[in-house]
Design a protein around this ligand. Sequence first.
Ligand code: URA
Length: 437
Amino acid sequence: MSDTTPSAVEPFDAVDVIRTKRDGGRIDEGALRWMIDAFTRGYVADAQMAAFAMAVLLNGMERDEIRVMTDAMIASGERMSFAGLGKPTVDKHSTGGVGDKITLPLAPLVAAFGVAVPQLSGRGLGHTGGTLDKLESIPGWRAALSNDEMTAQLRDVGAVICAAGSGLAPADKRLYALRDVTGTVEAIPLIASSIMSKKIAEGTDALVLDVKFGSGAFMRDFDRARELARTMVELGTDSGVRTTALLTDMDAPLGLAIGNANEVRESVEVLAGGGPADVVELTVALAREMLALAGRPDADVEGALRDGRAMDAWRRMILAQDGDPDAPLPVAAETHTVVAPRDGYVMRLDAYGFGVAAWRLGAGRARAEDPVLHSAGIDLHAKPGDRVSAGQPLFTIGGPDDTRFARALDSLEGAWELGDAAPERTPLVRERIASTS
Ligand code: URA
């Protein structure tokens, strides 16, 4: 009789792990690391992982479990390092919103102070836009860079905004796809470990999180957004990444442009020392946070927007990725303007309604493989708190043709409101979260 090699014996059982979490228990480190690894290898089935995700959604996880889960997802793929750059690295992550183009002026602004900003970004899905989609409105601009190109650009220019490669946290990619179809996206431990596994694997020294709340945010409720922010700040800190978060209002769209090319145009206005007040305020607030974490708390951020240093860094960043910063951006061939039916104050512009309308115009995509229309979007002519007169333009929708206008206008029904008294102003940056440990 010949010897046979026994198949490897798995050290844990997925059903035990699921039952423990289902009954409100704590998963031991070894079992949790195994669960993620075995899922990535295909040994733990999708149905089992989905049941586990639901148990986490219902019963939560302790801080230590979230740290182990994040660590296991990082270990499923490559881990980048910019240790040889000779300058500090700091990144920003936004949980996503409508008109949120802040990364575009922010990355070159921070880089203007000699700090490296490795910004691995994504594409838009649903009503929130994607940074790469916006930048691809610039003729020639290229999102895909090799790790070597990224490192060279960080050294020479200081700022890189590019596509995240598939090698970072592949376990998260599989798990996210499963959560998407099993009603388990909303679990804070899963969101936090998903976002932070990719950010920590990216190898940044420091990270500033822009966690949004309000109608256009992924996490609408302020208290839940705060819990998510705290969880992510703890995770970053536990992993040796200096991390802070700002909780920012996403009830109304940011700035006046919602789309792709129009958001690039608005970002360039900010880099030229102008632009809408809310976009400037948030860009400056996030830049201060990033520079403080990078050891430059006294940097004159507004000065770099005024005197062209940030604009110089932007031009070099776009050129390094084969984009032409002087090329004309796509403009909408067809437009339709909605005017105020009476005198009054703009009480409300609902970020979610405007986000869905821009998406229906073609600025966003319904499936990951769909293309976006770069000229499609919405330009606002007034913001909440502004006084308008009857007949004054409120906003303009646009795109390459008018075939999508009716559906976009449908989603704007009830998404804006005029009133007789000015609405109460609420702060854009509601709270700052730093680690307490
Ligand atoms: N973004 C992510 O990367 N992961 C989540 O779980 C939610 C938002």
